[in-house]
Ligand binder design. Structure first.
Ligand SMILES: [Zn+2]
Length: 422
């Protein structure tokens, strides 16, 4: 972005001017934890009232049928939802690679992001530890570790663009301590550092995970992580709920980021992330909608509202302000992804922003503070969204996808996926 101002600016060659009269403008929101493919199993009955481990065991057999077409449809629906909420950058933690599935599955989400104009950080997830060896997932949705590492290298070489304002980046993301081995964690960290990409995983989400780590590794989840060389500012962790004081200090000193996912944590009854303590210790904290089977929506502005209210439930009405919640959804997320050009607006920031029209929203009618109203009167939808200088939403409609055609195909794919699992 070359400038923001009032009046009639002078237009130089190659520049475009966007008029935003009457709207409230936010820097594009940044989503740092998602599983796009899960929107094919939203509100699935048998998994509605379960905690994480049983919820996963119920859904794995369905997810083990994912195809590239499924991921394409789910990504398009997920990107449209996020864009309409004002989110312009998203990561996706895709760890479901059916053993007998397509070898280049991840590419479907990257191509969909490029087509729809979403700024995207695809994380190549993985699961290798199946039930036969003490892991949680069935063998059908795990892969051999040499296959995982080869494909991780392939997607980095094919898609990762490290330059500022990059629209496509790759990170590596073994799923969780209960679905990968120590060796895969260590080898993944070495590969990521060799290639200069970031690392992501789930950690400290539930007390069940703490017990699992004690039983299988003889230590707590963060000890496990440090043992496999996962220490540093090039890592961001999803959830980060069950850390003790000493662990929070260690994470902060290392500059490791946290993706706070309040809706998912409430839906699964997992716990409450200690956001203020983590930030005070030095960890960047961003927001994640998490997968749409545990949220079950992808509205990032609403996620900021949930972060605000969950914090207030925990520590009183002064526990977090609306501005602090918006900071998590913008600068906090950008810091987790190591992206200095995102999450703010000004000269040299990326041209990513969302415009909300409070006058057109019945829920915000009469609101006195337009910025706080975005959260307190929410969840609101964006009127206009621009990503990397390209208009992708106008008048509350996604311009880069035909939702009337997409949604029936997505519904049918969701139905078939569950049917196939029998
Ligand atoms: Zn997750």
């Amino acid at each position: 972005m070359v400038g923001i101002g009032e009046g009639e600016p002078e237009r130089r060659p190659g520049e475009q001017i966007v008029s935003l009269d009457g709207g409230v403008v936010l820097p594009g929101l940044v989503n740092v934890h998602h599983h796009l493919c899960q929107n094919l199993t939203r509100a699935y009955g048998p998994a509605q009232d379960l905690e994480l481990f049983d919820w996963l065991r119920t859904l794995y057999p369905i997810w083990s049928g994912f195809t590239p077409e499924n991921l394409d449809l789910a990504s398009r629906v997920g990107f449209a939802e996020l864009l309409l909420s004002g989110c312009t950058t998203t990561s996706d933690h895709h760890y479901l690679f059916p053993r007998d599935g397509a070898p280049d599955l991840l590419d479907a989400s990257v191509l969909a992001a490029q087509d729809m104009g979403m700024r995207f950080v695809a994380t190549r997830g993985s699961m290798s530890l199946d039930t036969r060896h003490g892991g949680l997932p069935p063998m059908s949705c795990t892969q051999d570790e040499d296959v995982i590492l080869r494909d991780s290298e392939r997607v980095i070489d094919r898609w990762h663009d490290p330059s500022p304002y990059s629209m496509t980046q790759i990170a590596l993301a073994p799923c969780a301590p209960f679905s990968v081995t120590e060796e895969l964690m260590r080898e993944t960290a070495r590969l990521a550092r060799d290639k200069g990409v970031r690392l992501h995983t789930h950690l400290a989400e539930t007390r069940d995970e703490n017990r699992y780590c004690q039983e299988h590794y003889g230590c707590r989840p963060l000890d496990f992580l440090e043992r496999v060389e996962w220490t540093g500012p090039d890592i961001w962790l999803a959830h980060g709920i069950w850390f003790d004081e000493d662990e929070i200090a260690r994470l902060g000193a290392a500059g490791t980021g946290i993706a706070h996912c309040p809706s998912s944590n409430m839906r699964l009854g997992s716990g409450v992330c200690p956001v203020p303590a983590l930030r005070e210790a030095g960890s960047p904290v961003g927001l994640g909608v998490d997968g749409s089977a545990s949220n079950d929506t992808g509205h990032l502005l609403n996620e900021a509202r949930m972060a605000l209210y969950l914090r207030r439930l925990e520590s009183g009405a002064a526990g977090m302000s609306a501005m602090e919640a918006l900071e998590l959804a913008t600068l906090g997320g950008a810091a987790c992804l190591g992206r200095e050009e995102l999450g703010w607006l000004g000269v040299d920031s990326a041209a990513d922003f969302a415009v909300y029209d409070l006058h057109g929203e019945i829920a915000a009618s009469g609101a006195h503070d337009p910025v706080a109203a975005l959260l307190l009167c929410g969840p609101l939808r964006a009127r206009t969204v621009v990503v990397n200088g390209r208009r992708v939403v106008e008048e509350g409609r996604v311009l880069t996808e035909d939702l009337e055609t997409l949604l029936p195909r997505h519904r049918e794919a969701a139905r078939q996926l569950v049917e196939r699992a029998g």
